[in-house]
Write a protein that binds this ligand. Sequence first.
Ligand SMILES: Nc1ncnc2c1ncn2[C@@H]1O[C@H](COP(=O)(O)OP(=O)(O)OP(=O)(O)O)[C@@H](O)[C@H]1O
Length: 605
Amino acid sequence: MQAPAKEQNRSRFYYADDDLIEKPFNWAQIARLGRYLKPYRKQLIPVLFAVLLATAARLLIPFILGWAIDNAMDGGRPDWLFYCAGAILALFVLQWWANRYRIRYMNTIGQNVIYDLRAELFKHIQQLSFRFFDKRPAGSILVRITNDVNAMQELFTNGVINLIIDMVQLVGIVALLLVLNFKLGLAVMITVPIMFVASTTLRKRIRQGWQAVRINQSRINSHLAESIQGIRVTQAFTQERENMEFFDGMNKRNLRSWNKASALNQSLGPVIELTSAFGTCILFWYGSHLIQSGELTVGMLFAFANYIGNFWEPINRLGQLYSQLLIAMASSERIFEFFDETPTVSEKPDAKELPPVRGDIRFENLVFEYEKGRPALRGIHLDVKAGQSIALVGHTGSGKSTIINLLCRFYDPVQGRVTVDGYDLRDVTLQSLRSQIGIVLQDTFIFSGTIRDNIRYGRLDASDEEVEAAAKAVHAHDFIMALPNGYDTEVEERGSLLSMGQRQLLSFARALLADPRILILDEATASIDTETEVRIQEALKTLLLGRTSFIIAHRLSTIRNADRIVVLDHGRLMEAGTHDELMLRDNGIYHGLIEAQYRFLQDAG
Ligand SMILES: Nc1ncnc2c1ncn2[C@@H]1O[C@H](COP(=O)(O)OP(=O)(O)OP(=O)(O)O)[C@@H](O)[C@H]1O
């Protein structure tokens, strides 16, 4: 199978951190994983006890059988056979009961561990700063929370306990073999080093095979997430075929890597089986010699053969467990990498609560860069009085959103500071700051749920009356009532069933309900009809009343209505003033921008 050339040429969905799974087996990581079991110590003790009980029962059965052959059958006491059969039956029942208990409780513990892990990971990711998300596509984050956590599930429900069962069984059998007949015990164990060498060389290749599988799967998932999120763009640009080809290439590569890893994995079994057959040959050859010399009974040879059968099984399974462990190690390493990520914007230990603000805001000589050496803001100085509305204007990439990002403290400035009512943002808690800032984004985020839920997102304890009052104030009530179930209409995820203007009005209602002193508005760029424009402008007036507001403005009407217009260019504040003041500067940037917009509108008309 040849992967399409297109896919091979591209490095899309290749993440530098995929390479991380090349790291070797790591005990520190196992210990770190073990910490997740710690809260369940008490439940683990009876499970371990059940494991011991089941193993002891299992190991006793061959001994009883051997004993029965020597003493009941050979020894001429066939009546003892009845008791032996009874004992074996009792041991089987005990083994069955202990296994049932173990499986049930271990599943619960495993699921609880996964629950804890997932919850902790989600909580942690929510706290991470914007910088973290700048570096990673949403798909790769998604893969970690779903795939990598799921990969751990098998480890915690079956892996850990099987490891313990196999170890206990192995140790038990070795001890029994040596006690029953030291010489024969040693002889059959000659095969162990052979098996060890054969399986360790295979193990490395198996591990690399599974690593390749995980990388390929993670890419497929990232591509899937991106494709589904961007399906509209794909269809609009009729890129389905090329997307399919690209996906097909990834899918084939995944299939190939899976087949290879799986074949390697399965080759371990026959190696073990061959070695175990060799062990059985030694057993019968050397065992019959020992019987002839009177050092071994037939019954004990029978017991030995049984133990040997039970001996290869855990060794074989340990090999499989090892690959499972490696898969889980790779996943856990990627999960821990997230856990080790600390928010770049963090609260000081002595951060104060920002009291209810008036809304005086100062940007003092603000310098900021997203990437070193590429300043996005170069010395911004701006004084905003409480209640003023500021329109931020400038070419794309001039730094408008960056000012907002710093005001919300999504990032910290490289130089200078931002103050609200005289408080440096770095001295107050994030919660007390952000809870007093309302943000209305250009791409209004509509969650799945009802219209009412979506407005209430602004203030969760708002009553139905308050929700409706907010909707009325921003003129959203009429269109909501025209929907099939009014306020209880379910909106699809991201509000795809609502128009752009309707989504804007909903987000205004949401912001009004939250009633923040400081409001940030990223105005939608999409053109809307004049009637909606008028409605939105009226809604805006209600929304902005008495708040300090920053509007990344695109519509002329919004810009003109602002108390002050701030013009940015390449991260510098170039002009500030009212519309009339700025229009007086014939060669000014603002003057140029407005002229250009008029010309555009005239041409379009
Ligand atoms: N997350 C980021 N990582 C790296 N660079 C960024 C990031 N966000 C913005 N930039 C860069 O910072 C500069 C300012 O960007 P900003 O988003 O503030 O511009 P803007 O004026 O809001 O543009 P637009 O009107 O297109 O939204 C640009 O050069 C941009 O490329």
